[in-house]
Design a protein around this ligand. Structure first.
Ligand code: IFM
Length: 437
């Protein structure tokens, strides 16, 4: 069955950060620090999904999707990251899973979408190798409760973004500015993924995947310095996270670090445990030029000549085809079936005087990206699902509530949900789909 779905993440929609025994996460800490997020926004309330989940499941049922990718908040299940289990936290996801199944929607949980328990950050976060084992324990705990009803699991969401924004550049939680010293946070996330694959399978999970954020990298010119820089960026953004899980080895990281002493014997075999699918989040390509002297082996050359989203991201639908066919060329038989686990765009989405949201640009974005995905399939790439980011407007990390990605508009003052034109378009689109294709 081809999965047509929507995606969300716990900290971006749930709210209720202090309820029913949930522990603190790094995002609670970070968002409360002055100047970290736009206008000081936090996820304390977000979309209040923790209380309004029935309404949100009804929105999905009305939309006609057959799958829903959401994330489980580690600190809701294990408030201190390890040790005592908070059964009330598990109960929430248990109820959600049952409601989704009753609505004919397959639950697709992601175990980690950046909300590390603060107690683990206090022990070094993803720089501490011990967190890998604790993640496997957490995965086992959740799967013991849900694997009887959940066939497909995703371990991590976008370890590149979490490493780069959270540990290298400090613009996401936990707000560390380590630049290339952040690399152990990549390795430990990947090792945690590998250990979680083992734990999930032992607990009865039938299918396991990992979601990477990937970008086609365009060199700014065909001159050698730009080509070399583009290759270095491709290593950092894409291959650092795809090669170990699919090929069992790291790409050449010498442009970033002289030493890989945080890797131990056996780690790569654990990381490369076979997967049932690779999740790909695609938003835009990246254009890269030679370094400008800030210590990194590349610089961002920017992209002009394409429409942009409210975030300023270039809209280049054919790059989804380019990305997918590029993955197939690079990994060949080692590439498992692909799920597009996120694709979407932020738009201003101001309601009209009649209260409707006429987000034609989003309709066009989705239509053209789905066509590009299908073109890649026609060219031989095995894609098994497509999830729109996002079901709801939500807390867009450092941008707070200023970037709207939803098929459903959320008025954050009243929590009123209003399906946008894109929701109605996707609903009609889904009616015409044979779920086998
Ligand atoms: O909102 C994020 C999501 O959490 C991860 N992928 C990209 C989205 C848009 O920025």
């Amino acid at each position: 069955m081809f999965l047509w779905g929507t995606a969300t993440a716990a900290y971006q929609i749930e709210g209720a950060t202090g309820e029913d025994g949930r522990g603190e996460s790094v995002w609670d800490t970070f968002a409360r620090e002055p100047g970290r997020t736009r206008d000081g926004h936090t996820g304390d309330v977000a979309c209040d999904h923790y209380h309004r989940w029935r309404e949100d499941v009804a929105l999905m049922s009305g939309l006609g999707v057959n799958a829903y990718r959401f994330s489980i908040a580690w600190p809701r299940v294990l408030p201190l990251g390890s040790g005592e289990v908070n059964e009330r936290g598990l109960d929430f996801y248990d109820r959600l899973v049952d409601a989704l199944l009753a609505a004919g929607v397959q639950p697709v949980p992601t175990l980690f979408h950046w909300d590390l328990p603060q107690a683990l950050e206090d022990r070094g976060g993803w720089l501490n190798r011990d967190v890998c084992e604790l993640f496997a324990d957490y995965a086992a705990t959740v799967a013991a409760r849900l694997a009887d009803r959940v066939p497909l699991w995703i371990t991590l969401n976008e370890p590149f973004v979490h490493m780069a924004f959270g540990y290298a550049m400090g613009v996401h939680a936990p707000g560390r500015f380590l630049m290339t010293d952040a690399l152990p946070a990549a390795h430990h996330q990947l090792l945690a993924h590998g250990r979680a694959v083992q734990a999930l399978r032992a607990a009865g999970a039938r299918q396991v995947a990992l979601t990477n954020n990937c970008t086609p990298v365009w060199p700014a010119s065909q001159e050698e310095p730009d080509l070399k820089a583009a290759d270095a960026y491709d290593v950092l953004h894409n291959r650092l996270f795809n090669d170990p899980i699919l090929l069992g080895r790291y790409p050449d990281l010498s442009a970033y670090t002289p030493s890989l002493d945080f890797i131990r014997d056996g780690d790569l075999a654990t990381i490369a445990a076979p997967l049932d699918a690779l999740g790909i989040n695609y938003y835009n390509p990246t254009r890269i030029a030679a370094p400008t002297g800030d210590g990194l082996p590349f610089s961002d050359a920017g992209i002009t000549g394409h429409p942009t989203t409210a975030f300023g991201w270039p809209v280049v639908p054919d790059c989804l085809r380019e990305l997918l066919t590029g993955l197939k060329s690079r990994y060949g038989a080692a590439l498992p079936p692909i799920l597009i686990t996120e694709n979407g765009c932020s738009q201003p989405d101001t309601p009209t005087e009649h209260g409707t949201i006429e987000d034609e640009a989003r309709v066009d974005f989705l239509d053209r990206h789905i066509a590009a995905m299908r073109q890649a399939m026609a060219e031989g790439v095995d894609v098994r699902g497509y999830f729109v980011w996002s079901l709801l407007d939500n807390f867009e990390w450092a941008e707070g509530y200023h970037q709207r990605f939803g098929l459903v508009h959320v008025d954050f003052a009243t929590q009123r949900r209003t399906p946008k034109r894109s929701y109605h378009w996707f609903k009609e689109f889904l009616k015409g789909q044979n779920t086998d294709t």
